[in-house]
Ligand binder design. Structure first.
Ligand code: EPU
Length: 305
């Protein structure tokens, strides 16, 4: 088995000098929960060509890898990730180009910036992206949503690649989605997407964004979290259920069920992934025994103990 240093050295030979490669990078620095052990190798490709090269590199060597966006829906275990974490943080991935009613966006573009750019150009329909702390790639992968909107409702087409580096583009119709999931993107990597907006008066867009922002600040915590912990079960919102069970404020170590919203677990400063996982198990157990409901995590959990 190769060491992180050997892998990083070989990978450096396959990509351009502008690609950043680190060893033992603490993933806590790259998740909104501020939790997570180190990745053996951490790469920020400088270009799509370097991303393709990095993915092919991992695929050909059967090295585990994952792509990290803004780390907002992610719980990395305390032992970190034995493999390569690929982060689309370099500027080449964050482009947002306006063409008429369409926004051409890179996978690393922040959702907030898309909402702002749309507003600047008098384009409505994507106001709900304003408060989702994620990037385009992550939002596509999990069909992220808020305030009644969902990512794929405003998508016209998606560019993505498979693990051999083959790139294709598909229209929205060719990409079946579910609540909080785009199955095709579980084993493909989103490179970018075209968002379809509708022209609207700027004041109206501004008003909607302000309303959404106020609703969010009034109902969701500002402390570090991974967003909603669980998917909403069919019969009740997970946050309401946890609230009704009297579980707000339940704590394991530094992980606490938010007082503002029952479906958020916040990091009170020094939480470990183990704390969060234990707390998740408690909430699932109580929902099951007291209400017969199986809570499924929305947060993606990766890495080693
Ligand atoms: N509620 C409570 N107590 C709580 C939380 C909520 O009684 O502690 C009640 C609310 O008063 C409301 C209902 O439950 O009547 C639904 O709450 P909310 O409007 O906050 O929506 P949600 O279903 O809990 C969903 C998304 C959020 C998104 C909000 C706002 C999921 C799992 N969650 O939450 O998305 O921001 O709607 O649109 O679908 C995320 O996915 O990470 C996320 C934060």
């Amino acid at each position: 088995m190769k060491t992180g240093a050997q892998i990083a050295g070989e990978l450096a030979g396959c990509v351009s000098l502008a690609t950043d490669i680190c060893r033992d990078e603490p993933l806590a620095k790259h998740t909104t929960l501020r939790i997570g052990g180190p990745a053996d190798v951490y790469v920020e490709p400088a270009s799509e060509a370097d991303l393709v090269a990095a993915v092919k590199f991992c695929h050909e060597r059967s090295l585990p890898f994952f792509v990290i966006g803004r780390g907002s829906n992610l719980l990395v275990r305390d032992g970190g990730f034995r493999g390569v974490a690929i982060c689309l943080a370099q500027p080449n991935f964050s482009r947002i180009e306006v063409a008429g009613e369409r926004l051409h966006c890179g996978a690393g573009a922040k959702l907030k910036n898309i909402a702002i750019e749309a507003k600047r150009n008098g384009l409505g329909g994507v106001e709900f992206l304003e408060g989702i702390p994620g990037s385009v790639g992550g939002a596509l992968r999990m069909n992220a949503g808020a305030m009644g909107g969902a990512t794929f409702n405003v998508i016209e087409s998606v560019r993505f690649m498979d693990h051999t580096g083959k790139i294709q583009e598909r229209s929205r119709a060719g990409m079946p989605v579910e609540y909080r999931c785009c199955p095709l993107l579980k084993d493909h990597i989103a490179l970018g997407a075209v968002f379809r907006c509708l022209p609207a008066p700027r004041e109206e867009i501004e008003k909607r964004m302000k309303e959404f922002s106020e609703r969010r600040w009034a109902s969701q915590p500002a402390a570090p979290s991974a967003g909603c912990t669980f998917k909403n079960p069919a019969t009740i919102s997970a946050g309401k259920l946890i609230d009704e069970l009297g579980l707000k404020g339940t704590r394991v170590g530094g992980a606490v069920v938010s007082a503002e919203h029952g479906n958020f677990i916040v990091n009170d400063g020094n939480a470990t992934a183990r704390d969060v996982l234990e707390l998740i198990a408690i909430l699932q157990q109580r929902a099951k025994t007291e209400r017969g409901i199986e809570l499924q995590t929305e947060v993606e959990i990766i890495g080693a103990d």
